[in-house]
Design a protein around this ligand. Structure first.
Ligand SMILES: [Zn+2]
Length: 280
């Protein structure tokens, strides 16, 4: 490759680094370093860094809302979640599931295997299959690294390429703290719609593999659809997800055979009511 072509490729790879270079006094060593860092920022983030980033993001999120003060409910939701996660493609992650003391209706996943559901959403559920459907949707976000990839993409757009590379691999850097703030913001902006619909489709499969009635998630979506859309408890969920109607239509179009084949599996209504001590 000629040097000119190499530079064109390099600059195309590193749009945010481009502005830093004056083409008349190129420092070739600096360019080589930057090329290495671009590689670092665009490569797959390894599992150790994924878990560390998720740990920082989870700490910020829990700082904004406490966990429900009921060890029994927490332990039940955690065991349902872990059972589901064992059926996923990444059973070995340090999975943990918690209920947040928040009246809003929502659930979200943090890179590395931490998943939260709000008390507001738990109160709307009627069976373990419904809880399983929602947790399985969140498990897919972790398995497919939806948030991690959004954080990485955002870091590439906002930080220079070398800073993004450093932030993704250095726990204590200032850039890392910016990255975690960016990661926290994703939860108020939402993922791409295609990621949400993928989480619905594959979530239904994980719930069915775990032995639940595959209609758990559709059933929760129907509950949400029946609620008043202007209810402030739904605002964030509706802002960050496609509408329940759109999600139900996609599931019906793409997943009907799976839903029907596994619709006879247990819903576990009684066990859910007994185990979850929330206002209803
Ligand atoms: Zn989602």
């Amino acid at each position: 490759m000629t040097r000119a072509l190499f530079l064109v490729c390099l600059l195309a790879l590193a749009p945010s680094a481009q502005a830093q270079f004056n083409l008349r006094d190129l420092n070739i060593n600096k360019l080589i370093d930057t090329a290495k860092n671009v590689g670092k920022a665009t490569r797959e983030i390894d599992e150790k860094d994924e878990i560390a980033i998720g740990h920082d993001v989870a700490a910020r999120l829990v700082g904004a809302a406490a966990l429900v003060n009921d060890a029994h409910t927490q332990s039940y939701v955690n065991s349902v979640g872990r059972w589901l996660a064992l059926q996923s493609e990444r059973p070995g992650l340090p999975w943990r599931f918690g209920v947040l003391e928040a009246p809003q209706v929502n659930a979200f996943a943090v890179p590395g295997g931490t998943i939260f559901i709000t008390r507001g959403l738990l109160e709307k559920m009627r069976s373990e299959a419904e809880l399983g459907g929602v947790l399985a949707h969140e498990i897919v976000h972790v398995v497919k690294k939806h948030h991690l990839k959004a954080i990485q993409k955002g870091a590439m757009a906002q930080l220079s390429a070398d800073a993004a590379g450093a932030a993704l691999s250095n726990v204590n850097s200032e850039a890392r703290s910016k990255l975690v703030s960016f990661g926290t913001e994703i939860y108020s902006r939402g993922l791409d719609k295609s990621d949400e619909l993928e989480a619905d489709r594959l979530g239904v499969v994980i719930a069915a593999r775990a032995g639940y009635d595959a209609y758990g998630l559709p059933s929760v979506l129907q509950t949400l659809q029946a609620m008043n859309a202007s209810d402030s408890a739904l605002a964030l969920m509706f802002k960050t997800h496609p509408t329940p109607a759109e999600r139900l239509a996609m599931l019906s179009e793409r997943m009907q055979p799976t839903l029907d084949a596994y619709s006879g599996q247990p819903q576990l209504r009684e066990r859910f009511i007994q185990q979850v001590k929330v206002a209803r």
